[in-house]
Design a protein around this ligand. Structure first.
Ligand code: ATP
Ligand code: MG
Length: 458
């Protein structure tokens, strides 16, 4: 029997930096995609939310891949919040990757390499595969042990003989050490329904058989119970995996020999992924799609603070948008007209004009005091912070005068301050104190400017 190795995780890994956005549960739209003033942790900003709702709908219908969406608005107006809400609305099966424009700058890897990897993490591939498996309820199980080769006092599983029963037949099979080991370590015994991959020997327990004596007797047993399988013991079954292109790259890079399908059941050391591997994966995926064995689910790549990207990165993204396997790209920026990084050219949003031309833009607007107060109230609840009305009034005022983001940060700091003086509830004094201790951007800029002037004089 084949040796058994660890199976790579099938779900895409997500990395999220959303500490400040945990209260966002969705876009807060009704069934006609109209925004309700307060819903799903979202407050106000109705137009942007409704636009985002349309985008989600198109993404779900698969009509938006290769498009670019720009979220533009002043700092603290909820651009990141809306992107987080979009990811919530898309659900678990659509890959959503969030990164900051600054993440492309690394001393170890090329910018384009980082972007390619991010893009490939956003493309889901649903693969359907027929595999031969032995399946049935275990009616008898004998594990033979032998002395350990290095330590004769210890015994290790050497082989296994087991009888599998379906509604139609019963068959006894014999297998080697690796299968015996898997059966022992996952606590599989008589009465379990198992699936053993005929080619790789991977063992999976599906649950207890309802017809077995164990399945009948233990009423309080919480293990999953399923009926005894139908059909023959050895059969072909369809398996469905949802992986991303990045997962497939990794699997393929791990083991360049053999087809990718069988590699889903094993792999060894990870190597650097080169262009050749990616091209092979793309080729393979396209073939599967043509043969009806795979389906593509384009996800979303969200690049926050995109004005930090440079011309090289923008032109790479522009080119990527034209290729076949590409996710929806959402770029957020709070810049008006600024220099495109890596050039002397000034441009709206700090993006190249041709990229803007190809995008739809969703604008976010500054909040009124009422919305700010509501958002602060939601944040306080989310962080389990209690505060007096006066303190909330004061924080709202700070938010209206400076930025919402600053007010949200002060909220957590004020809570710490309250705790430090032994109280669970924030008072106005706590807000005043932290407001005094910390600076918002304008204050900081003014202060530094003054300082700069002093240095210039000397
Ligand atoms: N409409 C909203 N409803 C609820 N919470 C919101 C809303 N808009 C913003 N927030 C919250 O306010 C804080 C600041 O907003 P956010 O970080 O999304 O702003 P931003 O536009 O991304 O700012 P920046 O340009 O500085 O990145 C976050 O904690 C966010 O979750
Ligand atoms: Mg942001």
């Amino acid at each position: 029997m084949a040796s058994i190795r660890e199976v790579p995780a099938s779900s895409p890994k997500r990395f999220e930096r959303i500490g400040a956005h945990t209260h966002i549960k969705g876009l807060g739209l009704d069934e006609n995609l109209k925004a309700e003033k307060i819903k799903d942790g979202m407050v106000g900003q109705e137009k942007a939310r409704e636009a985002a709702g349309l985008v989600v709908k198109l993404i779900k219908e698969g009509k938006l891949s290769g498009k670019c969406i720009i979220l533009a608005g002043p700092p603290g107006t909820g651009k990141t919040a809306i992107a987080v809400a979009i990811s919530r609305e898309l659900g678990e099966n659509v890959p959503f990757i969030q990164m900051s424009g600054s993440e492309i700058y690394s001393t170890e890897r090329k910018k384009t390499e980082i972007l390619i990897e991010a893009i490939r993490k956003c493309i889901g591939v649903e693969i359907h595969e027929m595999r031969k498996v032995y399946e049935g309820e275990i009616t008898s199980l004998n594990i033979n042990t032998a002395p350990h080769p290095y330590n004769p006092y210890q015994r290790v599983p050497e082989s296994v003989r087991l009888t599998l029963k379906t509604k139609e037949e019963e068959r006894t099979i014999e297998a080697g050490a690796s299968i015996a080991q898997q059966i022992l370590s996952s606590g599989i015994s008589e009465g379990h329904v198992v699936q053993i991959d005929a080619e790789t020997g991977r063992v999976a327990s599906l649950g207890l058989s309802l017809e077995s004596s164990k399945g009948k007797t233990y009423d309080v047993d919480t293990r999953r119970k399923i009926p005894r399988p139908e059909g023959k013991v050895l059969k072909e079954k369809e398996f469905v995996y949802v992986l991303t292109l990045a997962d497939l790259d990794e699997i393929n890079a791990r083991n360049r020999s053999g087809g990718v399908f069988s590699l889903l059941f094993g792999g060894s050391e990870t190597k650097e992924i080169d262009t050749e591997v990616r091209m092979a994966v793309d080729q393979q995926v396209k073939e599967w799609v043509d043969q009806g064995k795979a389906f593509i689910h384009p996800g979303v790549l969200f690049i926050d603070d995109s004005h930090l990207l440079d011309l090289e990165a923008f032109s790479f993204l522009g080119r990527a948008l034209e290729s076949e396997l590409v996710p929806i790209i959402i770029l957020a920026t709070n810049r008006g007209v600024t220099r495109i990084r890596g050039t002397d050219v000034k441009s709206p949003l700090g993006f190249p004009i041709d990229l803007i031309d190809r995008s739809v833009i969703i604008a976010t607007h500054p909040y009124d005091a009422e919305s700010i107060q509501e958002i602060l109230r939601i944040r306080a609840k989310e962080e389990k912070i209690e505060m007096e009305d006066e303190a909330l009034e004061k924080l709202t005022k700070v938010g209206a005068n400076t930025s919402l983001r600053y007010a949200v940060q002060l909220l957590s700091l004020a809570a710490q301050n309250a705790k430090a003086r032994g109280s669970e509830k924030i008072k106005k004094d706590d807000v005043d104190r932290v407001d005094e201790l910390f600076m918002d951007v304008t204050e900081a800029a003014e202060y530094l400017k003054k300082y700069e002037e002093r240095l210039m004089v000397h």
